[in-house]
Write a protein of this length. Sequence first.
Lengths: 143, 441
Amino acid sequence: MLNLFAHPKRIFFVLFVCFLAFSIWIYAIPLFSPTPYSEKELHLVAEGRLVWQKHNCHTCHQLYGLGGYLGPDLTNVYSRTANNEAYIKGIIKSGVKQMPAFEISDDEMKALLHFLKNVDATGTSNPQDYQPEIIGTFSLEKK
Amino acid sequence: MKNFGIWLIRISLVLFVLGLFFGHLASESYRITQPKSGVMGFLSLRPLHVSSAYLGIITAGLGFVTLIIAKMKTTRLGTFLQYLHFSLWVIALLGIFYSYFTGDFGGREYWEFNPVWALPIFVSFIVFLVFYLHQVGFSMKWPVYYWMWLTGIIFFIFTFIENYLWIFPYFRQHFIADMTIQWKVNGSLVGAINQIIYGVAFYLMEKISGDEKSSYQKLSFAMYFLGMFNLMFNWGHHIYLLPTEKYIHYIAYAVSMTEWIILIRIFYKWSQQIKENKQFYYFFPYRFLMASDYWVTINLTLALFMSIPAFNLYTHGTHITVAHAMGTTIGINTMIILAGVFYFIKPTFNSAKWRLYGSIAFWIVQVTLLLFLISLIGMGVQRAIWQAGLTSESFSKMNSSSENWVLLFIIFGTILMFSMASFFIYLLIQSWKKNKLNIEE
């Protein structure tokens, strides 16, 4: 019988090739995901992501539960109430509790809001919207 | 050849002390109600804390590997590569802290510094890979820890490139794909660093027990490949909630469950483990390795439950995840690193008085770490209950209602800072007492 552990080089190579294929598949996700946004809007979304990074928003806030813990998750903040943009702008410009006021240009604000709008449209991060299943997974539809 | 490994280890000890200090300052932010800007604000303190600890672990791993392989052979090329790697690494560290202190952010979570400083890190790892292969060579059969170190270095380079794919708008424009890649990177990078640190643990166990055969056994290689398999495919458990491709979630769920094998093996060997623990308890390098073994059991149990999507749905985004992250970085990685530093710098205590002090500090660290993690889990459970909709409080009220857990988290965190820093500072001082260095074998 072939003793696999006597040939670590081969196993390493095979696993690495599998990993590489898996990675390339993931890089291609945008190619097979149709988007309803125009080029201009996508540009703003990409710029908004940079604004999010520049101001270290993830230090305190989360998107889909990923990020910091001091502030609330902002995945669906854009649609929390109707016309929520004014509220988001106000919080960013004036700060609240531990959150300082941010000096942010109009262009940056516009891009950030586009980014948050785009994130909001991708789904929900509220665990209450999901239904656990017997096999240990969960689905979006609440039964 | 001058061995820069000891310098990397000294730098890592300084980084750990800084990490503890910044962590303590950051933890205070949970109690204040007024915003703070600049370096003392949470926006700077959290990256300072995380990067100091994370880079401390990486630097220590590189330090141990350098310490071990630099003495294998002396060539002009080897010396040059070692100098070059060390210089690039120090430049990167200085740049990162300059970036943080001047508020020049722009990177992503755990790597918030200006992305320009990623360049010396990347180049230094390429140089380190060449240095490693040059020193180790392919003429002999490799023990399992050589494979683990090579895996760690190669996967660090690969995932570090992925870590900066966001600079291309193609990725940034597609939020879901971008987040998928970001957490693929975070999961695999930690796995790569773990390969380096666990490789050091294998090396230490071999040297302490004197049993060289164990590093060539099938079981050791089976565990190594299981770790590598998880490094590559289990990261999807970070993003169960993210609406990315379903197959990524299923692969992560299935692969994460293979770690039960490790847990079952630990329990299978439990009595043998206890016997061995009693035999070598007096020897500090072993004692820290023993501690890391127990923390593996605790953290692996928690991780396995967190890898079940239906359970993860409620723990995700809470401090239970932080407890797991702290448990692995402090309980596992830092304990192995302390074992290594004791082994190379101060393997035995000549004075009974210092041995006693060391024992007291050792147990304070272990007990406080457990209480620290429990307080984080308490904060996490409070948030999980709120997220599940079992209370209808606002986010702010929910945060205020966990103030007792926060207070415990700060108290135990402060004790942990002093007790762990005492080891780091003591070992840093000892590292300059040249006659005690256990580098030459």
